[in-house]
Design a protein around this ligand. Structure first.
Ligand code: GLA
Length: 367
């Protein structure tokens, strides 16, 4: 962890939860959010580690009240935000909300420029545990100064609130955001398409050194269950876990298939994401058709390795154990984290046959 980075214990491992945007856009209301929170409990997602229920853009009324305070849309959220936060807390979950640092949100709703302290105070009164601050309509503003103001405003509101910085990676936030927020977007918005996942992945390649406990790179929220194939969903989820990415589900939790549920709750993949050491994976090889990503895990000489097939034909992918720092004749233990089964002992190299748009995620550890 670098000097000066946040280390307030609010996000010791990457935050996990659900956010309304990817699936629902601005079509959100309190019924949806309540049902989603209940589904998070019933589906086992809460127990798998998902905690935050976050409403994104579109929750606010078109105008502030006469004091200048934010007001929730009275049709979408007739019971108000504080009551909703209470319901979510009663389920053992945490509540998150969205605003924008500029003149308006990306969807044209009121935003927080000039209201940072007021809005942080109101969020704290409502019981907000997580705030995502977007970057639309910010012409001429300095992201560093604006997010510093947000960090101060949250501090002044005297409630522990995770700050999610959403500046899309334009001003290299990995170089400055770690002192201000707990996570920062590194890229434009994800889409539920393989090409989007692959493009975002390529943008993470040099960022591993900036991430760690309480300050995480955010390659955007999950599209698992939003239309990609099962293999693509697994590859996306597995690679996000390798990246120590915040795992914010973006699908309809009330109506997900068992297959989607099993991806989002895969215990040994989630455990990689949440590994206590908090070291983001780095890519040691990528030739366009296949990638090898490695991540050091807590414990003695243990690694997560992802072998990603980007091509359209099945292929054998391999990692040399010397690439992980093992000695030439050393015997290691290999486990398949999707199958949750031991592969056996290996020397020299580990080889896996990987289907197109799919990724094997292995744990390779010394004896
Ligand atoms: C931006 C953000 C998205 C989402 C939308 C809401 O595009 O990057 O994650 O919050 O705004 O309008």
């Amino acid at each position: 962890m670098g000097i000066g980075r946040l280390s307030d214990g609010l996000a010791p491992t990457p935050p996990m939860g659900w956010n309304s945007w990817n699936r629902f856009g601005v079509k959100i209301d309190e019924g949806l959010v309540r049902e989603t929170a209940e589904a998070m409990v019933e589906s086992g997602m809460r127990d798998a580690g998902y905690r935050y229920v976050v409403i994104d853009d579109g929750w606010m009324a078109p105008e502030r009240d006469r004091n200048g305070d934010f007001v929730a849309d009275p049709v979408k959220f007739p019971s108000g935000i504080a009551a909703l936060a209470d319901r979510i807390h009663a389920l053992g979950l945490r509540f998150g909300i969205y605003t924008d640092a500029g003149m308006k949100t990306c969807q044209g709703f009121p935003a927080s420029l000039g209201y940072e302290f007021r809005d942080a105070r109101r969020f704290a009164e409502w019981g907000v545990d997580y705030v995502k601050v977007d970057w639309c309509h910010t012409d001429g503003l300095s992201p560093r100064a604006c997010y510093a103001k947000w960090a101060m405003a949250i501090h002044a509101a005297r409630r522990p609130i995770v700050l999610s910085i959403c500046e899309w990676g334009r001003a290299r936030p990995w170089e400055w955001a770690g002192t201000l927020g707990h996570l920062w977007r590194t890229c434009w918005d994800i889409q539920p398409e393989w090409s989007s996942v692959a493009t975002i992945l390529d943008r993470q390649v040099d960022l591993h050194s900036y991430s760690g406990p309480d300050h995480w790179n955010d390659p955007d929220m999950l599209e698992v269950g939003n239309g990609m194939s099962a293999d693509e969903d697994r590859a996306h989820f597995g690679l996000w876990a390798m990246l120590a990415a915040p795992l914010m589900a973006g699908n309809d939790l009330r109506a997900m298939s068992e297959e989607v549920r099993s991806v989002l709750t895969a215990p040994e993949i989630v455990a990689v994401d949440q590994d206590a050491r908090g070291v983001q994976a780095r890519r040691i090889r990528g030739d366009g058709e296949g990638d090898v990503w490695i991540r050091e895990l807590a414990g003695s000489r243990a690694y997560a390795v992802a072998l990603l097939n980007r091509g359209s034909l099945s292929q054998e992918l391999r990692v040399g154990l010397d690439e992980l720092g093992f000695a030439a004749r050393e015997r290691v233990r290999v486990r398949d984290l999707w199958r949750r089964s031991d592969v056996g002992d290996r020397r020299g190299e580990v080889v896996a046959t990987v289907a197109p748009h799919s990724a094997a995620v292995l744990r390779i550890a010394a004896y």
